[in-house]
Design a protein around this ligand. Structure first.
Ligand SMILES: *[C@@H]1O[C@H](CO)[C@@H](O)[C@H](O)[C@H]1NC(C)=O
Ligand SMILES: *[C@@H]1O[C@H](CO)[C@@H](O)[C@H](O)[C@H]1NC(C)=O
Ligand SMILES: *[C@@H]1O[C@H](CO)[C@@H](O)[C@H](O)[C@H]1NC(C)=O
Ligand SMILES: *[C@@H]1O[C@H](CO)[C@@H](O)[C@H](O)[C@H]1NC(C)=O
Ligand SMILES: *[C@@H]1O[C@H](CO)[C@@H](O)[C@H](O)[C@H]1NC(C)=O
Ligand SMILES: *[C@@H]1O[C@H](CO)[C@@H](O)[C@H](O)[C@H]1NC(C)=O
Ligand SMILES: *[C@@H]1O[C@H](CO)[C@@H](O)[C@H](O)[C@H]1NC(C)=O
Ligand SMILES: *[C@@H]1O[C@H](CO)[C@@H](O)[C@H](O)[C@H]1NC(C)=O
Ligand SMILES: *[C@@H]1O[C@H](CO)[C@@H](O)[C@H](O)[C@H]1NC(C)=O
Ligand SMILES: *[C@@H]1O[C@H](CO)[C@@H](O)[C@H](O)[C@H]1NC(C)=O
Length: 393
């Protein structure tokens, strides 16, 4: 085997085959590329090329470095990929190989874009220590674990729809110049960004069982959390959110954003079934919201102790202990308040059995008696200014 590679290497070098782009169309082409220790150019292995479409095992265990991109895509018979010595490449794109189940790149440390997308049977993806990467995307695979991720600064991170993946350890990451988007992975997924301080784009986390963003101080675009199952959300360091904050369909009952003073756009807290109360320690320092504030659910209390400016509308709806009168009072320090309130008061809410199902909309079948509901709709106009209720953003 060594000899074959050595001979192939001589042939490859003689032919200048190690320094031009190649679209692989046969096993012989693979051998030629693999004969190079360092390949200068792009290597494209695409199942749309007939001569390679049927390949089941792709092994290039000699090559150490590719300066261009390595693209492995649309190979529907491919089962295994082995790149045993590859330590650095331009972009690595492993796309749409429906049957591949094993990809080994144990020495890869430096890669421009790392994209492993739509390989739904990929169970074992081994890399041991990625130290430098620009875009990191793993989407739609069957992997249960990630390799070590040591890059402290990256552009974008996207990890979506890997239904067996439950430990997402990005504790090395300190900042991203672009977005972070993580959702729809394993049911009990733990997401750790314990050193992350700064996100240059959107940040969005969905379907997590635990989330550590304890040092996150600034987000330059939208911040969203949805369908997470943790009970208590703490974002202790966040000072700056340049666009909106949206929390929807989460199971938390307590949240806290103790440092935030200003939200760049809107604050939406919607459809979080167990969330009832915004207390004085939830957003203690929040002063100003140039967009709207939309909150709904089984609200018992809404308090923003420092809030003085909301340029858009405050919309409250749902059913709980809070009445629209009390709600208007809690926004009393906001100048020119424009509030639309639709809160149904459940006066003696001893409805909190396990699970806390807020089953109110049908106004009961046989299980009524406890909630005497009164419906109040108030378009309160405070501060002596006629609010234009229809004003939208
Ligand atoms: C990666 O491969 C290149 C090209 O062969 C080599 O020069 C370099 O030393 C290797 N780096 C590591 C960390 O193995
Ligand atoms: C992915 O593979 C499917 C067949 O499994 C094919 O129909 C589709 O065109 C491929 N997608 C891309 C982007 O090549
Ligand atoms: C990964 O590599 C970096 C830099 O070489 C090193 O500091 C780190 O300890 C390594 N991590 C692992 C898990 O091997
Ligand atoms: C996720 O975190 C919880 C609580 O810290 C722990 O009990 C569980 O084992 C973790 N799961 C995984 C897959 O790491
Ligand atoms: C995220 O960023 C993009 C581009 O900046 C934007 O179009 C999008 O609406 C943002 N927000 C969300 C929640 O995706
Ligand atoms: C939520 O977490 C914060 C910070 O860790 C803590 O101070 C607070 O007591 C917790 N709240 C609940 C209801 O567990
Ligand atoms: C909230 O729930 C309602 C009713 O189920 C649904 O129509 C709406 O799309 C949900 N909105 C969000 C942001 O989850
Ligand atoms: C709401 O909570 C605050 C403290 O966070 C408390 O002072 C106030 O009395 C509560 N209001 C209602 C209606 O429970
Ligand atoms: C919450 O608000 C959203 C958006 O305004 C609406 O679609 C939904 O029906 C509301 N849900 C409840 C429980 O009021
Ligand atoms: C209320 O809850 C019960 C039991 O969980 C369920 O059977 C019923 O359909 C619910 N009613 C409404 C109106 O959601």
């Amino acid at each position: 085997m060594k000899c074959v590679i050595a001979v192939a290497a001589l042939v490859a070098i003689a032919a200048g085959a190690c320094n031009k782009d190649i679209t692989v169309s046969s096993q012989a082409d693979i051998n030629t590329v693999n004969a190079c220790t360092k390949f200068q150019g792009d290597v494209t292995i695409d199942g749309h090329e007939e001569g390679i479409a049927g390949i089941g095992a792709l092994s290039m265990d000699n090559i150490q470095q590719i300066t261009g991109d390595l693209i492995i895509q649309n190979l529907y018979g491919l089962q295994t990929v082995s790149l045993g010595q590859l330590n650095s490449t331009g972009s690595l794109k492993i796309l749409n190989n429906t049957n591949v189940y094993k990809v080994a790149i144990p020495k890869l440390s430096k890669v421009a874009d790392f994209q492993v997308i739509t390989n739904p049977n990929l169970k074992e993806l081994t890399y041991s220590n990625i130290t430098s990467v620009n875009n990191f995307q793993i989407i739609d695979t069957y992997i249960a674990t990630l390799g070590a991720f040591s890059a402290s600064s990256v552009a974008n991170i996207e990890v979506l729809s890997n239904t067996q993946l439950s430990a997402l350890d990005f504790s090395a990451v300190k900042k991203t110049s672009g977005y972070i988007n993580i959702a729809n992975n394993g049911r009990a997924s733990n997401i750790t960004f314990s050193q992350l301080t700064q996100v240059g784009g959107n940040v969005s986390f969905g379907n997590a069982a635990t989330l550590d963003i304890s040092k996150l101080g600034s987000v330059s675009d939208d911040f969203s959390l949805y369908q997470n199952s943790f009970k208590n959300l703490s974002v202790p360091a966040l000072q700056t959110a340049k666009k909106s904050i949206t929390l929807s369909q989460n199971l938390f009952s307590a949240i806290s954003f103790p440092q935030i003073t200003e939200i760049g756009s809107s604050l939406d807290i919607i459809n979080n079934t167990n969330f009832k109360s915004i207390s004085s320690s939830t957003f203690p320092k929040l002063k100003s919201v140039p967009g709207s504030i939309i909150i709904n659910g089984s609200l018992d209390n809404v308090t923003f102790p420092s809030l003085t400016t909301v340029d858009g509308q405050v919309q409250l709806n749902g059913a709980g202990k809070l009445s629209c009168d009390d709600a208007s009072k809690s926004f009393a320090s906001v100048d020119s308040l424009n509030i639309e309130c639709d809160l149904r008061v459940i006066s003696d809410g001893n409805e909190e059995s396990s699970g806390g199902s807020s089953n109110e909309s049908g106004s009961g079948g046989s299980s009524s008696k406890k909630s005497s509901a009164s419906h109040t709709t108030v378009a309160a106009v405070l501060g002596g200014v006629v609010a234009i209720v229809a004003a939208c953003l």
